[in-house]
Write a protein that binds this ligand. Structure first.
Ligand code: GZL
Length: 321
């Protein structure tokens, strides 16, 4: 770290200790050099999010520097270092995992660059909105898990629900919270039992592979709860390869609202997907403008999520990604 960075980092740690750390200001100016350090581009959700930032750049007067860490938290940190060295004015960061991305937040703060976390957050015991980053822009993942469980409780017609849970990326805030929300809510209905819970890293192919393995160990499974649609689609593939009939002898419950998921609902293979929108570009532009104008920004700018079922999937599939 340069002497200047060390000095400001030391100062910040003193201020933070006294609870006085504040996030760096953002001056109002014609154009901004904006950093968007994406974690990966291995699924439609990630691709849609990145496109949303590119599509917003010109209308928001951004010179956008967008990077892709290809699934590596360490590379995502290095990408932020590079952006800091390039002199960005503001950083939008979707932290792949809650703890490894803390250094990136702290380095940007120490360099006087305001940070907005988008779509995922960091360990709240270490980094706090209004102190270390301006705000988290994203969904309530606990609520998403609870709503998935509520739908299952209301619509499952069997006497006994044997659940396999496909978890998202280990250590990520959506995986942590979607598990907490669903598991705690479903425990209120004694028809259900979660017999296995394993990460598929939010990826379709790994979700399929994990489902194949868990199906061997739990052939009586009749419910799959996937933390995202990509893993749910992978699970559907595994179940059909094993001769099962998703939507008839296995109920599939998921989150995101991708095009493939809405099509699976229309085809009767998936029961529900709770929306988790990837379209953060316009919201990022709006919140950044308010921050530059000196408006107070809440620590959590919450995105409202719809729910897609057989009742409305066909109505919304054309807007899906
Ligand atoms: C949610 C986002 C999750 C999506 C997955 O905000 O972090 O990451 O639900 C994506 O599809 O991989």
């Amino acid at each position: 770290m340069t002497k200047k960075l060390l000095a400001s980092a030391a100062l910040l740690s003193v201020l933070a200790g006294a609870g006085l750390a504040e996030t760096p200001p953002l001056e109002q100016k014609e154009r901004y050099k904006v950093g968007f350090a994406q974690m990966e581009s291995n699924n439609p959700w990630r691709i849609a999010e990145t496109k949303s930032f590119h599509d917003t750049a010109e209308s928001c007067n951004w010179d956008l520097i967008a990077t892709d860490a290809a699934g590596s938290a360490a590379k995502q940190v290095a990408d932020v270092d590079s952006m800091i060295a390039q002199g960005i004015d503001v950083l939008f960061l979707p932290p792949r995992e809650e703890k490894p991305l803390i250094p990136a937040v702290m380095k940007a703060q120490a360099a006087g660059i305001p940070v907005f976390l988008v779509d995922r957050s960091v360990d709240p015991d270490v980094a706090k909105p209004g102190e270390h980053f301006v705000a988290f822009l994203g969904s309530d993942f606990i609520d998403q898990g609870e709503r998935a469980a509520d739908w299952l409780i209301e619509n499952f017609e069997g006497d006994q629900g044997i659940i396999v849970e496909l978890e998202g990326t280990t250590g990520s805030s959506p995986a942590n919270d979607r598990k907490q929300g669903f598991d705690e809510r479903i425990a209120q209905d004694d028809r259900f039992q979660i017999v296995a819970s394993q990460t598929g890293d939010f990826a379709r192919d790994l979700g399929r592979q994990v489902m194949e393995t868990l199906l061997q160990a739990h052939p009586d499974v009749n419910v799959v709860y996937a933390h995202n649609d990509e893993m749910a689609i992978g699970a559907i593939q595994a179940l059909e390869l094993a001769g099962r009939k998703p939507g008839e002898d296995v109920t599939i419950v998921s989150i995101d609202g991708t095009r493939d998921a809405l099509q699976a609902i229309i085809d009767g293979k998936m029961g529900v997907t709770v929306e988790s929108s990837p379209f953060f570009g316009p919201l990022a532009c709006e919140v950044m403008g308010k921050y530059a104008a000196g408006e107070e920004i809440p620590g959590w700018v919450q995105v409202e999520d719809r729910i897609f079922t057989a009742d409305n999937a066909a109505e919304h599939i054309d807007e899906a990604y």
